[in-house]
Design a binder for this molecule. Structure first.
Ligand code: IFM
Length: 479
């Protein structure tokens, strides 16, 4: 039995635990027309009037493409030991097929070498939502061929970087790609077709499986391949059987649709039943499930907030908001009879309730579901309305409290038997928060968007102290 934790108990992590930060290409790089890069679906979407707050886009973003050496130096100064970033597919294979562009690959090779030179372990995500526009024009993720194109792209990047990057992640949050991109339409490419969103989910799963095989064939066997899922913690509004059925429905659409085939080689039967009026799943071809269920070396979990659901009251419109943006189209196909409720408690600037117990529950769920598979928290963090003081410093005690609470939850899960090997704070620095534009600041490092100057917030200093010592500092220590 672990010792009971008291507020004075030092929260210390295993010595090899990775203390990382995460970003993604379109959110930070800018340089969208340089060195042969072509538009991705996010370039098109963000330049379409009305799709993002204030019409904001990633043309310049935080100019990481030109400032990556300074950004790596900043991470090293803070004391980070790992960095998770994504590759822009349209930078290395502009049309989404055919030969690679060397200059695109060189950018990432230089970034990786800079990280390694500073003792920071790189973790590469191959796909963080930015499909080359040409592939969307050919049908996008609802089209089966996109999965084969992804495998080809994975092979290219694996061959180019596999000698120096050990940690690989195929897809980031395929739920968002499928259901926000093709269902509710609040993400690129902005389509609102429930059947297409389920088809996209299957082809993303297939892409993960084929991409994993392609990576393994292209890289040394020592490298680790994983996927990052934004697996939801879905809680019932009451113990009423109708509310429990609502939980099952959302759990299938948020989690089972991905971890079913990826971890267990099958989609949940309850998912088929709930979506039978929308799709017949005939695009799941013989051999697909075997191709998808590749042995993995690790699993990435992204966690922000739990969901609280009930069956809808047929006599009222009921609450609907699920925290994934405003759209009259649901990202939950076949779940029109489910209502989403605001979980009680303090919220971040995104309106997401702060609940570290959800992270603990999530870790233990996957410890049970995928025994023996090492886990990484590949994203966790909070947006706040950060502003510099007159002295130019940025104090963000709320983010420190958020990180402290969630890291404690990770440590508790480890004490409960979970094999969590690392934590990547979302995000290293303020950046383009998709449809919300630049207004929502998730960074541990503040970015002045007028000058692009970077200033570590007090949370970055606090997190750096944790990374250096392996023990969480008291929450007030970085103020
Ligand atoms: O900014 C995103 C990231 O790209 C994917 N996961 C959630 C983050 C916060 O919304």
């Amino acid at each position: 039995m672990p010792e009971p934790e008291t507020p004075a108990t030092p929260v210390t992590f295993p010595p090899a635990f990775l203390w990382g930060a995460a970003t993604s290409a379109y959110q930070i790089e800018g340089a969208v027309r340089e060195d042969g890069r072509t538009p991705s679906i996010w370039d098109t979407f963000s330049h379409t009037p009305g799709k993002t707050a204030g019409g904001e886009h990633g043309d310049i973003a935080v100019d990481h493409y030109h400032r990556f050496r300074d950004d790596v130096a900043l991470m090293a100064d803070l004391g980070l030991t790992a960095y998770r970033f994504s590759i822009s597919w349209s930078r290395v294979q502009p049309t989404g097929r055919g030969p690679a562009v060397q200059r695109g690959l060189d950018f990432y090779r230089n970034l990786v070498d800079e990280l390694l030179a500073h003792g920071i372990k790189p973790a590469v995500t191959l796909y963080h939502w930015d499909l080359p526009q040409e592939l969307e024009d050919a049908g996008g993720w609802p089209e089966r061929d996109t999965a084969y194109r992804f495998a080809e792209y994975a092979q290219i990047v694996g061959e180019a970087l596999g000698d120096r990057v050990e940690q690989w992640i195929t897809l980031n949050e395929p739920w968002c790609s499928a259901f926000l991109g093709y269902g509710s339409g609040v993400h690129a490419p902005g389509r609102t077709d429930a059947a297409a969103s389920l088809k996209a989910a299957h082809h993303l799963n297939l892409a993960h499986g084929l991409g994993t095989s392609a990576l393994r064939a292209a890289m040394p066997a020592r490298n680790s391949v994983a996927i990052s899922l934004n697996s939801s913690v879905v809680r019932p509004y009451s113990q009423d059987p109708a509310d429990l059925a609502a939980v099952q429905k959302i759990d299938d659409l948020a989690n089972g649709v991905f971890h079913g085939p990826i971890l267990h080689g099958a989609y949940p039967e309850t998912l088929f039943a709930a979506t039978e009026l929308i799709t017949d799943w005939s695009y799941v071809q013989d051999g697909d499930l075997a191709a998808i269920k590749q042995p993995l070396d690790a699993l990435g979990l992204n966690y922000y907030t739990p969901a609280l659901v009930s069956a809808t009251d047929p006599d009222s419109d009921g609450p609907r908001a699920d925290g994934h943006g405003a759209s009259s189209h649901s990202p939950w196909p076949g779940a029109d009879d489910v209502a989403f409720h605001q979980t009680p408690g303090e919220r971040t600037e995104m309106g997401w309730t702060i609940d570290p117990t959800g992270l603990h529950d999530l870790i233990l769920r996957y410890t049970r579901e995928a025994p023996g598979l090492p886990l990484y928290i590949t994203e966790n963090g909070a947006a706040y309305d950060d502003k510099p003081d007159p002295d130019g410093r940025v104090h963000d005690p709320e983010r420190i409290a958020y990180l402290h609470g969630h890291l404690r939850a990770v440590r508790r899960a480890i004490a409960d038997g979970a094999d969590v090997r690392g934590y990547y704070l979302w995000s290293l620095m303020d950046n383009f928060e998709w449809a919300y534009g630049y207004e929502k600041r998730f960074g541990a490092v503040y970015v002045d968007y007028a000058t692009l100057a970077r200033t570590p917030k007090s949370s970055a200093l606090w997190y750096g102290q944790a990374a250096r010592s392996g023990t969480l500092p008291p929450v007030a220590s970085a103020e």
